[in-house]
Write a protein that binds this ligand. Structure first.
Ligand code: SAM
Ligand code: ZN
Length: 251
């Protein structure tokens, strides 16, 4: 088990991150990062309002974060995503979190749950590490405002079935549908059309599931949470919706 005090991102570490960023990808990459930082002030203010005091966990952080980094452990499954290095401090699979029950005040995750084959299993794991009354903040791509626009939304019944079947991380149930309705419609970069199924699945860029804010609210309520904030179009990440939920105080 990890200790939570050890991995919070100190402000000075940004210096080294930026140094590497400029060296590897140029000043433009630094500008993009800084721009995004300023640009996401709306989401940051929501987190400030709804995340209780104490240490939080960000899951699937990738190369950027809007979390309060002085009190958030940034995590990811992979040290890089596409061509971008992850700024994660700790690497682990979101279905198997190396922290004890009730470790965190909040869990934040942006654009990650849709990449996971068994969303209920993941959410139960995220709830396990939350303190009673802890908060889950999910920012996810809205199916109508990204390349999933032609795909059917994932139902609660489907998520329950995936959980019942205990589907594994390499499950390919949604591959054909994703390939037909996203890749073959030209909604992914061109090289995707020249790769085989195994390669595409291993890159983890497939959205296994496709949602809007009502679907995710329904799922979180089904798991026993109370919804505290919902917006179908996040002001500063407009392809996304946000749902904030609170776990029960009684365990
Ligand atoms: C589309 S990127 C989002 C990155 C960042 N949060 C953002 O919003 O730009 C998806 C992220 O989910 C992570 N991821 C995918 N499957 C995961 C898993 N099973 N456990 C933890 N992280 C996972 C990937 O490593 C990647 O960083
Ligand atoms: Zn599924």
């Amino acid at each position: 088990m990890q200790k939570i005090e050890e991995y919070v991102f100190e402000k000075y570490e940004y210096f080294f991150y930026f140094k590497g960023l400029i060296k590897d990808r140029g000043v433009k990459a630094f500008y993009q990062f800084a721009n995004r930082y300023l640009y996401r002030s709306f989401s940051r203010s929501l987190i400030k309002r709804y995340a209780p005091k104490g240490v939080g966990l960000e899951i699937g952080v990738g190369s950027r974060t809007i979390s309060p980094t002085r009190r958030t452990i940034l995590s990811d499954a992979f040290s890089c995503h596409g061509v971008k290095d992850s700024i994660a401090k700790v690497l682990f699979n979101a279905l198997d979190i190396p922290y004890q029950n009730h470790s965190f005040s909040f869990v934040l995750s942006e654009h990650t749950l849709e990449h996971i084959t068994n969303p209920i299993k993941a959410l139960k794991e995220w709830m396990r590490v939350l303190k009673p009354g802890g908060v889950i903040i999910l920012i996810l791509p809205h199916y109508k405002r990204n390349n999933d626009i032609h795909r059917p939304r994932t139902t609660l019944a489907h998520c329950i079935e995936d959980y019942g079947r205990n589907v594994s991380a390499n499950d390919s149930t949604h591959f054909e549908e994703w390939y037909q309705l996203v890749v073959q419609k030209g909604l992914m970069p061109k090289h995707y059309a020249h790769q085989n199924k195994e390669e595409l699945l291993s890159q983890a860029s497939i959205h296994h599931h496709v949602w809007n804010q009502s679907d995710i609210s329904e799922l979180l309520i089904y798991l026993g949470n109370e919804i505290v904030f919902v917006d179908d179009k996040l002001y500063d990440r407009r392809d996304s919706f946000i749902v904030i939920a609170q776990t029960p105080f009684q365990v």
